[in-house]
Design a protein around this ligand. Structure first.
Ligand SMILES: *Cc1c(COP(=O)(O)O)cnc(C)c1O
Length: 398
Protein backbone atom coordinates (compact mmCIF):
# COMPACT_ATOMS: atom_id res chain seq x y z
CA UNK A 1 0.00 0.00 0.00
CA UNK A 2 1.45 3.40 -0.93
CA UNK A 3 1.85 6.05 1.78
CA UNK A 4 0.83 9.68 1.46
CA UNK A 5 0.60 12.61 3.85
CA UNK A 6 -3.06 13.07 3.02
CA UNK A 7 -5.78 12.88 0.37
CA UNK A 8 -4.67 16.19 -1.17
CA UNK A 9 -1.27 14.73 -1.94
CA UNK A 10 -2.96 11.69 -3.50
CA UNK A 11 -4.93 13.98 -5.81
CA UNK A 12 -1.96 16.20 -6.62
CA UNK A 13 0.38 13.36 -7.45
CA UNK A 14 -1.99 10.85 -8.99
CA UNK A 15 -5.08 12.60 -10.39
CA UNK A 16 -6.91 9.30 -9.90
CA UNK A 17 -9.86 8.51 -12.17
CA UNK A 18 -11.11 5.70 -9.93
CA UNK A 19 -12.20 6.00 -6.28
CA UNK A 20 -9.31 5.90 -3.82
CA UNK A 21 -9.77 4.65 -0.28
CA UNK A 22 -7.54 6.59 2.10
CA UNK A 23 -6.77 4.29 5.01
CA UNK A 24 -5.75 5.94 8.29
CA UNK A 25 -3.82 3.51 10.46
CA UNK A 26 -3.50 6.06 13.27
CA UNK A 27 -7.27 6.55 13.50
CA UNK A 28 -7.81 2.80 13.62
CA UNK A 29 -5.31 2.54 16.44
CA UNK A 30 -6.93 5.38 18.44
CA UNK A 31 -10.32 3.69 18.27
CA UNK A 32 -8.91 0.30 19.28
CA UNK A 33 -7.03 1.85 22.20
CA UNK A 34 -10.15 3.64 23.41
CA UNK A 35 -12.10 0.41 23.63
CA UNK A 36 -9.21 -1.55 25.12
CA UNK A 37 -8.59 1.14 27.75
CA UNK A 38 -12.21 1.84 28.60
CA UNK A 39 -14.29 -1.30 28.31
CA UNK A 40 -14.11 -3.46 31.45
CA UNK A 41 -13.93 -6.77 29.62
CA UNK A 42 -13.26 -8.37 26.27
CA UNK A 43 -13.50 -6.28 23.11
CA UNK A 44 -14.57 -8.38 20.11
CA UNK A 45 -14.29 -6.72 16.72
CA UNK A 46 -17.41 -7.37 14.59
CA UNK A 47 -15.64 -8.34 11.38
CA UNK A 48 -18.52 -7.49 9.04
CA UNK A 49 -18.05 -3.75 9.61
CA UNK A 50 -14.84 -3.95 7.55
CA UNK A 51 -13.09 -7.23 6.75
CA UNK A 52 -10.24 -5.65 4.76
CA UNK A 53 -6.94 -7.33 5.53
CA UNK A 54 -5.25 -4.06 6.46
CA UNK A 55 -8.05 -3.34 8.95
CA UNK A 56 -7.90 -6.76 10.60
CA UNK A 57 -4.10 -6.59 10.79
CA UNK A 58 -4.21 -3.01 12.06
CA UNK A 59 -6.63 -3.87 14.85
CA UNK A 60 -4.54 -6.88 15.77
CA UNK A 61 -1.42 -4.72 15.90
CA UNK A 62 -3.30 -2.30 18.16
CA UNK A 63 -4.03 -5.11 20.60
CA UNK A 64 -7.46 -6.45 19.58
CA UNK A 65 -7.45 -10.23 20.19
CA UNK A 66 -11.13 -11.18 20.03
CA UNK A 67 -13.30 -11.30 16.92
CA UNK A 68 -17.01 -11.65 16.27
CA UNK A 69 -17.42 -13.52 12.99
CA UNK A 70 -20.60 -14.52 11.18
CA UNK A 71 -19.41 -16.94 8.50
CA UNK A 72 -16.67 -19.45 7.70
CA UNK A 73 -14.89 -17.05 5.31
CA UNK A 74 -14.77 -14.41 8.08
CA UNK A 75 -13.40 -17.01 10.49
CA UNK A 76 -10.75 -18.10 7.96
CA UNK A 77 -9.73 -14.52 7.34
CA UNK A 78 -9.21 -13.84 11.05
CA UNK A 79 -7.27 -17.08 11.48
CA UNK A 80 -5.03 -16.16 8.60
CA UNK A 81 -4.26 -12.61 9.74
CA UNK A 82 -4.54 -12.68 13.51
CA UNK A 83 -2.43 -15.44 15.09
CA UNK A 84 -3.90 -16.88 18.25
CA UNK A 85 -7.05 -14.79 18.02
CA UNK A 86 -10.19 -15.83 19.86
CA UNK A 87 -13.08 -16.08 17.42
CA UNK A 88 -16.74 -16.24 18.43
CA UNK A 89 -19.32 -17.30 15.83
CA UNK A 90 -22.06 -14.84 16.77
CA UNK A 91 -24.57 -15.34 13.97
CA UNK A 92 -27.77 -16.66 15.55
CA UNK A 93 -28.70 -18.69 12.42
CA UNK A 94 -25.95 -20.87 10.96
CA UNK A 95 -25.86 -23.72 8.48
CA UNK A 96 -25.00 -27.13 9.90
CA UNK A 97 -21.82 -27.47 7.80
CA UNK A 98 -20.62 -24.06 8.97
CA UNK A 99 -21.09 -25.03 12.63
CA UNK A 100 -19.16 -28.28 12.03
CA UNK A 101 -16.36 -26.56 10.18
CA UNK A 102 -16.08 -23.80 12.75
CA UNK A 103 -15.81 -26.31 15.58
CA UNK A 104 -13.71 -29.06 14.03
CA UNK A 105 -11.57 -27.19 11.49
CA UNK A 106 -11.17 -23.78 13.10
CA UNK A 107 -11.33 -24.57 16.83
CA UNK A 108 -14.22 -22.15 17.39
CA UNK A 109 -15.94 -22.89 20.70
CA UNK A 110 -18.25 -19.89 21.13
CA UNK A 111 -21.58 -19.81 19.30
CA UNK A 112 -24.67 -17.64 19.59
CA UNK A 113 -28.26 -18.80 19.09
CA UNK A 114 -31.72 -17.37 19.62
CA UNK A 115 -33.95 -20.45 19.50
CA UNK A 116 -34.16 -24.03 20.79
CA UNK A 117 -33.86 -25.24 17.19
CA UNK A 118 -30.50 -23.49 16.69
CA UNK A 119 -29.31 -24.69 20.09
CA UNK A 120 -30.08 -28.27 19.03
CA UNK A 121 -28.20 -27.73 15.76
CA UNK A 122 -25.09 -26.48 17.58
CA UNK A 123 -25.15 -29.39 20.03
CA UNK A 124 -25.65 -31.96 17.26
CA UNK A 125 -23.03 -30.52 14.90
CA UNK A 126 -20.30 -30.33 17.53
CA UNK A 127 -20.69 -33.96 18.62
CA UNK A 128 -22.29 -33.01 21.95
CA UNK A 129 -18.92 -31.74 23.10
CA UNK A 130 -18.48 -30.47 26.61
CA UNK A 131 -16.41 -27.38 25.85
CA UNK A 132 -18.96 -25.09 24.20
CA UNK A 133 -19.58 -21.45 24.95
CA UNK A 134 -23.22 -20.71 24.17
CA UNK A 135 -24.64 -17.22 23.97
CA UNK A 136 -28.37 -16.58 23.87
CA UNK A 137 -29.15 -13.57 21.68
CA UNK A 138 -31.86 -11.64 23.41
CA UNK A 139 -34.32 -9.34 21.64
CA UNK A 140 -33.96 -5.87 23.15
CA UNK A 141 -35.47 -2.52 22.16
CA UNK A 142 -33.63 -0.89 19.24
CA UNK A 143 -35.49 2.39 19.51
CA UNK A 144 -32.43 4.65 20.00
CA UNK A 145 -30.65 3.29 16.98
CA UNK A 146 -30.44 4.69 13.47
CA UNK A 147 -30.34 1.15 12.09
CA UNK A 148 -32.52 -1.19 14.13
CA UNK A 149 -31.44 -4.82 13.99
CA UNK A 150 -34.15 -6.26 16.22
CA UNK A 151 -36.51 -7.58 13.56
CA UNK A 152 -34.41 -10.48 12.38
CA UNK A 153 -32.87 -12.02 15.49
CA UNK A 154 -33.46 -12.29 19.19
CA UNK A 155 -35.23 -14.48 21.71
CA UNK A 156 -38.11 -12.82 23.53
CA UNK A 157 -37.19 -12.09 27.16
CA UNK A 158 -40.10 -14.21 28.47
CA UNK A 159 -38.74 -17.27 26.67
CA UNK A 160 -35.13 -16.69 27.73
CA UNK A 161 -35.14 -18.36 31.20
CA UNK A 162 -36.28 -21.74 29.85
CA UNK A 163 -33.83 -21.75 26.95
CA UNK A 164 -30.96 -20.68 29.20
CA UNK A 165 -31.66 -23.58 31.54
CA UNK A 166 -31.57 -25.98 28.59
CA UNK A 167 -28.38 -24.46 27.21
CA UNK A 168 -26.67 -24.60 30.62
CA UNK A 169 -26.63 -28.40 30.45
CA UNK A 170 -24.84 -28.30 27.08
CA UNK A 171 -22.31 -25.58 27.76
CA UNK A 172 -19.08 -24.95 29.54
CA UNK A 173 -19.65 -21.21 29.36
CA UNK A 174 -23.12 -19.69 29.10
CA UNK A 175 -23.82 -16.12 28.14
CA UNK A 176 -26.48 -13.65 27.19
CA UNK A 177 -25.85 -11.31 24.27
CA UNK A 178 -27.86 -8.61 22.53
CA UNK A 179 -27.55 -5.81 20.00
CA UNK A 180 -29.16 -2.44 20.73
CA UNK A 181 -29.04 -1.51 17.01
CA UNK A 182 -26.33 0.08 14.92
CA UNK A 183 -25.42 3.75 15.40
CA UNK A 184 -27.18 3.94 18.76
CA UNK A 185 -27.53 7.60 19.68
CA UNK A 186 -28.63 7.22 23.30
CA UNK A 187 -26.32 5.50 25.80
CA UNK A 188 -29.39 4.64 27.89
CA UNK A 189 -30.25 1.96 25.32
CA UNK A 190 -27.57 -0.22 26.92
CA UNK A 191 -29.03 0.42 30.38
CA UNK A 192 -32.52 -0.56 29.20
CA UNK A 193 -31.16 -3.78 27.69
CA UNK A 194 -29.06 -4.60 30.76
CA UNK A 195 -32.11 -4.02 32.94
CA UNK A 196 -33.95 -6.64 30.89
CA UNK A 197 -31.01 -9.00 31.36
CA UNK A 198 -31.08 -8.30 35.12
CA UNK A 199 -34.73 -9.37 35.25
CA UNK A 200 -33.92 -12.63 33.48
CA UNK A 201 -30.96 -13.32 35.76
CA UNK A 202 -33.12 -12.76 38.86
CA UNK A 203 -35.71 -15.21 37.55
CA UNK A 204 -33.16 -18.06 37.27
CA UNK A 205 -30.92 -17.63 40.33
CA UNK A 206 -29.73 -21.23 40.21
CA UNK A 207 -28.59 -21.13 36.58
CA UNK A 208 -25.02 -19.87 36.38
CA UNK A 209 -24.44 -17.26 33.68
CA UNK A 210 -20.79 -16.59 32.85
CA UNK A 211 -20.79 -13.89 30.18
CA UNK A 212 -22.83 -10.78 29.49
CA UNK A 213 -22.17 -9.52 25.95
CA UNK A 214 -23.55 -6.06 25.18
CA UNK A 215 -22.94 -6.38 21.42
CA UNK A 216 -22.19 -3.50 19.07
CA UNK A 217 -24.11 -0.34 18.31
CA UNK A 218 -21.49 2.17 19.45
CA UNK A 219 -21.81 5.22 17.22
CA UNK A 220 -19.59 7.15 14.94
CA UNK A 221 -20.04 10.81 14.07
CA UNK A 222 -21.75 12.07 10.91
CA UNK A 223 -22.85 15.58 9.90
CA UNK A 224 -26.41 15.15 11.17
CA UNK A 225 -25.69 12.52 13.79
CA UNK A 226 -23.40 13.81 16.52
CA UNK A 227 -23.70 11.32 19.35
CA UNK A 228 -22.90 12.00 23.00
CA UNK A 229 -19.25 11.49 23.97
CA UNK A 230 -18.09 7.88 24.11
CA UNK A 231 -17.31 8.48 27.77
CA UNK A 232 -21.08 8.81 28.32
CA UNK A 233 -21.57 5.35 26.82
CA UNK A 234 -18.93 3.98 29.16
CA UNK A 235 -20.65 5.57 32.17
CA UNK A 236 -24.09 4.32 31.13
CA UNK A 237 -22.86 0.80 30.45
CA UNK A 238 -21.09 0.62 33.80
CA UNK A 239 -24.25 1.77 35.55
CA UNK A 240 -26.12 -0.92 33.58
CA UNK A 241 -23.67 -3.56 34.81
CA UNK A 242 -24.37 -2.43 38.37
CA UNK A 243 -28.05 -3.29 37.87
CA UNK A 244 -27.17 -6.97 37.45
CA UNK A 245 -27.42 -9.24 40.48
CA UNK A 246 -23.81 -9.88 41.64
CA UNK A 247 -22.20 -7.80 38.87
CA UNK A 248 -18.74 -9.10 39.82
CA UNK A 249 -19.67 -12.62 38.75
CA UNK A 250 -19.72 -12.03 35.03
CA UNK A 251 -17.21 -11.63 32.28
CA UNK A 252 -18.25 -8.70 30.08
CA UNK A 253 -17.91 -8.63 26.32
CA UNK A 254 -18.69 -6.00 23.71
CA UNK A 255 -18.69 -6.33 19.91
CA UNK A 256 -18.06 -2.93 18.33
CA UNK A 257 -18.00 -2.75 14.55
CA UNK A 258 -18.73 0.75 13.30
CA UNK A 259 -17.08 2.66 16.15
CA UNK A 260 -13.79 0.80 15.76
CA UNK A 261 -13.39 1.36 12.04
CA UNK A 262 -15.55 4.24 10.73
CA UNK A 263 -12.85 6.89 11.07
CA UNK A 264 -10.16 4.66 9.58
CA UNK A 265 -11.04 5.39 5.95
CA UNK A 266 -12.32 8.05 3.62
CA UNK A 267 -12.85 7.73 -0.11
CA UNK A 268 -11.67 10.29 -2.67
CA UNK A 269 -14.05 10.44 -5.64
CA UNK A 270 -14.03 12.54 -8.79
CA UNK A 271 -16.81 14.68 -10.25
CA UNK A 272 -17.53 13.50 -13.79
CA UNK A 273 -20.34 15.90 -14.53
CA UNK A 274 -22.33 18.63 -12.84
CA UNK A 275 -25.99 19.37 -13.59
CA UNK A 276 -27.12 22.26 -11.40
CA UNK A 277 -27.09 20.90 -7.83
CA UNK A 278 -26.47 17.31 -8.87
CA UNK A 279 -22.95 15.88 -9.08
CA UNK A 280 -22.23 12.69 -11.00
CA UNK A 281 -19.33 11.06 -9.15
CA UNK A 282 -17.30 7.90 -9.78
CA UNK A 283 -18.46 6.00 -6.69
CA UNK A 284 -21.99 5.20 -5.57
CA UNK A 285 -24.46 2.88 -3.90
CA UNK A 286 -23.04 -0.17 -5.68
CA UNK A 287 -19.60 0.94 -4.48
CA UNK A 288 -18.71 2.30 -1.07
CA UNK A 289 -21.79 4.52 -0.68
CA UNK A 290 -24.58 1.98 -0.15
CA UNK A 291 -25.59 3.58 3.13
CA UNK A 292 -25.56 7.09 1.63
CA UNK A 293 -28.16 5.90 -0.87
CA UNK A 294 -30.30 3.28 0.77
CA UNK A 295 -30.18 4.60 4.32
CA UNK A 296 -29.83 8.28 3.50
CA UNK A 297 -26.59 8.56 5.50
CA UNK A 298 -24.86 11.90 5.22
CA UNK A 299 -21.10 11.67 5.33
CA UNK A 300 -18.69 14.55 5.91
CA UNK A 301 -17.36 15.83 2.59
CA UNK A 302 -14.55 18.14 1.51
CA UNK A 303 -13.63 19.50 -1.89
CA UNK A 304 -10.13 18.87 -3.26
CA UNK A 305 -9.47 20.99 -6.31
CA UNK A 306 -6.74 19.48 -8.47
CA UNK A 307 -5.73 22.76 -10.09
CA UNK A 308 -3.85 25.59 -8.32
CA UNK A 309 -5.87 28.34 -6.68
CA UNK A 310 -8.47 26.34 -4.79
CA UNK A 311 -11.78 28.01 -4.03
CA UNK A 312 -13.26 30.14 -1.32
CA UNK A 313 -16.81 30.02 -2.67
CA UNK A 314 -19.60 29.68 -0.10
CA UNK A 315 -21.02 26.20 0.42
CA UNK A 316 -24.33 24.95 -0.92
CA UNK A 317 -26.22 21.65 -0.87
CA UNK A 318 -25.53 19.00 -3.51
CA UNK A 319 -26.92 15.57 -4.32
CA UNK A 320 -24.83 12.78 -5.84
CA UNK A 321 -25.42 10.22 -8.54
CA UNK A 322 -23.06 7.23 -8.74
CA UNK A 323 -21.37 5.87 -11.87
CA UNK A 324 -23.79 3.04 -12.78
CA UNK A 325 -26.76 3.41 -15.14
CA UNK A 326 -29.22 2.58 -12.37
CA UNK A 327 -31.30 5.52 -11.19
CA UNK A 328 -31.36 4.21 -7.60
CA UNK A 329 -27.61 4.80 -7.62
CA UNK A 330 -28.50 8.09 -5.96
CA UNK A 331 -27.37 9.74 -2.74
CA UNK A 332 -29.67 12.57 -1.62
CA UNK A 333 -27.34 14.04 1.03
CA UNK A 334 -27.50 16.97 1.23
CA UNK A 335 -23.73 17.24 0.89
CA UNK A 336 -22.40 20.76 1.44
CA UNK A 337 -19.63 21.81 -0.95
CA UNK A 338 -18.34 25.07 -2.47
CA UNK A 339 -20.93 26.33 -4.92
CA UNK A 340 -18.41 26.45 -7.78
CA UNK A 341 -17.64 22.72 -7.68
CA UNK A 342 -17.10 21.50 -11.23
CA UNK A 343 -16.18 18.57 -13.42
CA UNK A 344 -12.72 17.23 -12.61
CA UNK A 345 -12.84 18.29 -8.95
CA UNK A 346 -12.31 15.68 -6.26
CA UNK A 347 -14.40 15.13 -3.16
CA UNK A 348 -13.16 13.42 -0.05
CA UNK A 349 -15.99 11.54 1.68
CA UNK A 350 -15.22 10.69 5.30
CA UNK A 351 -16.19 7.98 7.82
CA UNK A 352 -16.35 5.23 5.22
CA UNK A 353 -14.21 2.81 7.20
CA UNK A 354 -17.41 1.18 8.46
CA UNK A 355 -19.76 -0.47 6.01
CA UNK A 356 -18.20 1.46 3.10
CA UNK A 357 -15.61 -0.32 1.03
CA UNK A 358 -17.02 -3.58 2.28
CA UNK A 359 -20.22 -3.22 0.30
CA UNK A 360 -18.64 -2.79 -3.13
CA UNK A 361 -20.07 -4.77 -6.03
CA UNK A 362 -18.99 -5.25 -9.62
CA UNK A 363 -22.31 -3.96 -10.95
CA UNK A 364 -22.03 -2.34 -14.36
CA UNK A 365 -18.27 -2.88 -14.29
CA UNK A 366 -17.50 -0.15 -11.77
CA UNK A 367 -15.59 -2.06 -9.14
CA UNK A 368 -12.13 -0.64 -9.80
CA UNK A 369 -10.73 1.27 -6.85
CA UNK A 370 -7.47 1.67 -5.03
CA UNK A 371 -6.35 1.78 -1.42
CA UNK A 372 -3.59 4.00 -0.08
CA UNK A 373 -2.46 4.83 3.43
CA UNK A 374 -2.50 8.44 4.70
CA UNK A 375 -1.22 10.20 7.80
CA UNK A 376 -3.89 12.94 7.85
CA UNK A 377 -6.42 12.81 10.69
CA UNK A 378 -10.02 11.80 9.89
CA UNK A 379 -12.43 14.54 8.69
CA UNK A 380 -14.29 14.27 12.00
CA UNK A 381 -13.48 12.32 15.14
CA UNK A 382 -14.92 11.04 18.39
CA UNK A 383 -11.47 10.08 19.63
CA UNK A 384 -9.45 13.12 20.53
CA UNK A 385 -6.01 12.84 22.09
CA UNK A 386 -7.18 13.96 25.49
CA UNK A 387 -8.94 10.62 25.89
CA UNK A 388 -5.68 8.75 25.59
CA UNK A 389 -4.09 7.38 28.69
CA UNK A 390 -0.36 7.34 29.34
CA UNK A 391 -0.38 3.63 28.71
CA UNK A 392 -1.64 3.90 25.18
CA UNK A 393 0.81 6.71 24.42
CA UNK A 394 3.67 4.48 25.48
CA UNK A 395 2.31 1.68 23.33
CA UNK A 396 2.10 4.01 20.36
CA UNK A 397 5.77 4.85 20.68
CA UNK A 398 6.69 1.17 20.89
C1 LIG B 1 -23.25 -6.03 13.07
C2 LIG B 1 -23.01 -6.63 14.40
C3 LIG B 1 -22.17 -6.01 15.33
C4 LIG B 1 -21.53 -4.65 15.08
O1 LIG B 1 -22.48 -3.66 15.09
P1 LIG B 1 -22.07 -2.11 15.02
O2 LIG B 1 -23.36 -1.41 15.07
O3 LIG B 1 -21.34 -1.93 13.74
O4 LIG B 1 -21.21 -1.83 16.20
C5 LIG B 1 -21.94 -6.63 16.54
N1 LIG B 1 -22.52 -7.82 16.84
C6 LIG B 1 -23.33 -8.46 15.96
C7 LIG B 1 -23.90 -9.77 16.36
C8 LIG B 1 -23.62 -7.88 14.73
O5 LIG B 1 -24.43 -8.51 13.88
Amino acid sequence: MEDYDGPDEVVRRRRPDIPVTCFRPAALESAAKWFLNNFPGKVLYAVKANPAKYVLSGLYAAGIRHYDAASIPEIQLVHELCPGAHIAFMHPVKSRPSIEQAYFDHAVRDFSFDSVEELDKIIACTGKSKDLGLYLRLAVPNTSSELPLSGKFGCLPEKAPEILKMARKASKKLGICFHVGSQTMDPQAYVTALNLVAGILRSIPRTRIDVIDIGGGFPSIYPDMAPPALADYKTAIESGFDLLPHPDRYEFWCEPGRALVAESASVVVQVELRKDDVLYINDGTYGSLFDAGHLGFRYPVRLIRPTPGGTSAPHKAFKFYGPTCDSIDYMPGPFFLPEDVREGDYIEIGQLGAYGNTMRTDFNGFSAHEVVSVKAPPLVTLYDDTQETTDSKELCVA
